[in-house]
Design a protein around this ligand. Sequence first.
Ligand code: FAD
Ligand code: DHB
Length: 394
Amino acid sequence: MRSRTQVGIIGAGPAGLLLQHMLARHGVDSVLVENRSREYCEKRQRAGVLEHGTVELLKEIGLGDRMVAEGLTHSGIYLQFAGERHHLDFPSLTGGRTLTVYAQTEVVKDAIAVGHPIHFEVTDTAVRDIDTERPVLSFTDAGGVAHEVECDAIAGCDGFYGVSRPAMPALRVSERTYPFAWLGILATVPPSTDELIYAHSASGFAMHSMRSPEVSRLYIQVDPDEKIEDWPDERIWEQLQLRLGHPGWTLHEGPIAEKGITPMRSFVAEPMRSGRLFLAGDAAHIVPPTGAKGLNLAVADVKVLADALVRLLVEGKADLADAYSQTCLTRVWRSTWFSWYMTSMLHRFPADSFTSAAEAEFQERLQIAQLRQVTSSDAAARDLAENYAGWPLP
Ligand code: FAD
Ligand code: DHB
């Protein structure tokens, strides 16, 4: 079946869904295709921390009501190391910026609920003719009907394993794979902390986050080749107790509703545009999760992209579209640096990362020195807080 739209969007993650909504607000129509089911997209556990700028954008585009009612406002984080726990107060360090804990699943549910047209459970997604002014998005819908959609532009919001990035020629790729992964759990137990705890420990990194006053989200660093089957609930809690433990503080345990292991990598593909195909979010870049930048970066990309496509398709001006990649990449590299910095400062590197035990010791002493600096120097604390709380959206 042949049809026509202004923007073809691939992927119903936060990037694709928010782009579709922002375009619709300016009268730009789109077709969004997603290869998973709606239920899968709404349940997939991922990020949970929204930057100030993301929160303001969601409110501005009319998707903020439930977030305002149910999101948890946080004014900082705890950093724990060498038996000490320190609080960084973001509003005083950043001129008033806070964070909101509101799960990615909820952002996705709120955007899908608006009711823009989405084809779930498609197969055979492909793009062609991206170097022309009429690129084509093709797919087979859930009922088995093959579609060819002629577009003015296509947005590849299809995550790291999508089809959009491989369809682009001559990308410059920068990459780093980390020698560890995160094991994350969702536990049905009230959080044991008022704000997120990032803990450096001799047994490896651990973090305490949350989803609601009733549900905790916790992570531990594990080897990248670990199998989730080898991590029964008792072993996970034992490691969490060991790594997060602090005198006078109790970590409350509860039933584990979900668990999974995520590998960690940094990845940037440049440029983020080729002809009329634009990449956004994880399709173009991945950051390790320490510092909670992935989702926020995807949102920043599609804000820039929505403005560029409205300008191109409504006003007939290509300036913002031409600047799209460079505008995004400045923030992408800043987030890439920050996520690498937080990851390197807080994780235990395996012995085979070093040539000797003394070299491993040296690295650990540097980490502690850096943590001492960010918890004792106002300037260093401000730098971390400004990066964590995020920069204003373009
Ligand atoms: P995605 O959310 O990946 O959405 C892409 C969509 O495209 C998916 O729905 C996918 O099914 C769809 N798709 C793919 N291929 C096709 C195709 N061929 N046709 C149609 N549709 C397709 N960030 C944090 O800040 N903190 C975290 O704790 C955290 N945990 C994470 C855990 C995991 C397992 C992963 C993968 C990421 C995590 N992230 C985390 C990162 C954050 O969730 C992502 O940065 C964010 O989801 C990016 O949004 P996106 O819309 O660009 O991509
Ligand atoms: C969460 C994830 C992160 O990567 C992070 O740095 C903080 C919180 C979370 O899932 O809640």
